[in-house]
Design a protein. Structure first.
Lengths: 219, 284
């Protein structure tokens, strides 16, 4: 319950940025409307790029553990970290919903279809893994780390994800026969399993981060 | 019964060691925790509030340690620092919501009374609050919970005399039921003279003294005299001797058998003066 209450605090604190969190889905919407070649999956990728960058916001809002109010709230060590993870998950859902809304609106103006469910699950599964690892790194870096270092940890995974996803999509388009064996594995049941495992791993990473933070606090 | 029990706590930093600090505060009393900047006051308070962890030693509040029940332990403490510790982007209403969510003993109606009494705005962000308003908010949030120990770290610094007086009255009201205690660290020793029952003096991470305020004030005499009054036997008995071109000033233990000569001026020292001369004595 307290993990959810910490997530609520993160939502309150990040509240001033709620329009910023919609930046990437909205940009994707504009591109979908004005760029005739743009595919709906692009909107999902672009929104997920934003989700990776912004989901770690609570980790950067308060770096010093001895800041008082939040550190002294009656809770077990590590529950605040769990709240940050839950915030990340919520923001990912928020950006995904925004991306789907953008595609729905674009369909009024352009004859496009919704992204394939298998690819959709695959992307979201990867994003959950990236965010889980990114959050774990942020929870482990020392409180006194520089802002530049934190910015790097927040930005690099997002850009790497976006670049890799686009490069892979282009490579598949150019040379489908080369990827045919891999493509055979991308079936709906496999993607559902991959998504479920990613979600599970996200929570495992959350638990590991909470325990590591609790051990560090006790040292 | 001791409400706060600190036993043998230590903490090592690169250039500083908190060295086996022990003390206790009985329920219904106020302890002043004093020392120079960097003496280890905030480190001790942070260990008590569990913002940092001691390398060794134990702390218990009302017989309960953090390891036994971290939630109940934290619920028993109210902390007020020298600067606002609330997330600056939140409003008072949001802070109230968080307090309600986390603290089982939080009483919203009591919080509302303080908010009304001190004219604290509901929708303004904390970053727009004045220093006085931030201090009032910290007090409103801790006084509307059923805390047992109030920890103040330079909380009255930079406040106007009226507000300071109001806070001192609040602290006395807080302990009046004999079930709660206050640990008060401050540089404004005048405040402590008014309300403290015990004084703990820390210097370079080590305990210098821990005594009741009245006993401490009665233990010393402040002695002043001209250069000609500073005889060798007297010099050996003086504590924290400060000599200038006009004469000297020092402390003399009340138990000392030396009888000050007629030319000397003796007076009851303030805590400020005792502290100053003890620091001088340790530097010798």
């Amino acid at each position: 319950m307290r993990k959810l209450q910490f997530m609520k605090i993160d939502i309150l604190r990040a509240g001033g940025n709620k329009w910023l969190f919609l930046l990437f889905p909205l940009l994707a919407g504009f591109i979908l409307l004005y760029e005739k070649e743009a595919q709906p999956l692009f909107a999902v990728l672009y929104s997920m790029f934003g989700a990776i960058i912004f989901s770690s916001t609570p980790f950067c809002l308060e770096r010093r553990s001895n800041c008082g109010f939040l550190g002294m709230l009656p809770a077990k060590n590590g529950e605040q970290i769990a709240g940050h993870y839950l915030f990340s998950l919520l923001l990912t859902i928020y950006d995904l919903t925004a991306a789907l809304l953008v595609i729905t609106v674009s369909r009024i103006f352009r004859p496009i279809s919704f992204p394939d469910t298998t690819l959709f699950l695959l992307i979201v599964g990867f994003v959950l893994l990236v965010i889980g690892i990114q959050n774990m790194v942020l929870s482990l870096v020392p409180a006194e780390s520089s802002t530049n270092m934190l910015t790097l940890i927040r930005m690099v995974p997002g850009f790497a994800f976006y670049y890799c996803a686009l490069s892979l999509a282009n490579a598949v388009k150019k040379n489908p026969s080369f990827f045919s064996d891999i493509m055979k594995l991308i079936t709906l049941p496999n993607c559902i399993i991959f998504f479920a495992v990613s979600l599970l791993l996200f929570f495992v990473l959350m638990e590991v981060s909470c325990r590591a933070a609790a051990r560090r606090d006790a040292a | 019964m001791n409400l706060l029990e600190v036993k043998d706590i230590t903490k090592q930093y690169k250039n500083f060691t908190l060295d086996h600090i022990s003390f206790s505060i009985p329920a219904g009393y106020i302890m002043g925790y004093i020392g120079q900047n960097g003496a280890g006051k905030t480190t001790t308070l942070n260990i008590i509030t569990q913002l940092i962890h001691a390398a060794s030693g134990t702390v218990s509040i009302d017989g309960l340690s953090l390891d036994e029940d971290p939630i109940a332990y934290r619920d028993k403490i109210g902390y007020i620092g020298d600067s606002s510790y609330y997330p600056e982007e939140l409003t008072l209403r949001q802070i109230k919501g968080i307090l309600k969510d986390f603290y089982p003993s939080f009483q919203p109606e009591v919080f509302d009374q303080y908010q009304k009494k001190w004219n604290l705005p509901d929708q303004k962000k904390i970053k727009e609050f004045s220093r006085g308003m931030k201090v009032k908010l910290m007090f409103a949030s801790v006084l509307s919970r059923d805390t047992r120990l109030l920890v103040l770290d330079e909380a009255t610094n930079g406040l106007d005399p009226v507000m300071r007086k109001e806070i001192l009255t609040l602290l006395q009201e807080y302990i009046s039921d004999g079930k709660r205690s206050v640990l008060f660290s401050t540089h404004i020793l005048e405040d402590l003279e008014q309300i403290a029952d015990y004084i703990f003096f820390i210097e370079k991470g080590k305990k210098v003294l821990c005594d009741s305020k009245d006993e401490l004030l009665e233990s010393y005499l402040l002695v002043k005299g001209g250069p000609e009054d500073l005889t060798e036997p007297l010099k050996h008995s003086l504590i924290g001797l400060e000599v200038n071109s006009f004469g000297f000033e020092a402390l003399l233990s009340s138990r000392d058998t030396i009888v000050p000569s007629k030319g000397l001026l003796t007076a009851r020292p303030s805590i400020d003066q005792i502290l100053l001369h003890m620091i001088l004595e340790r530097k010798r």
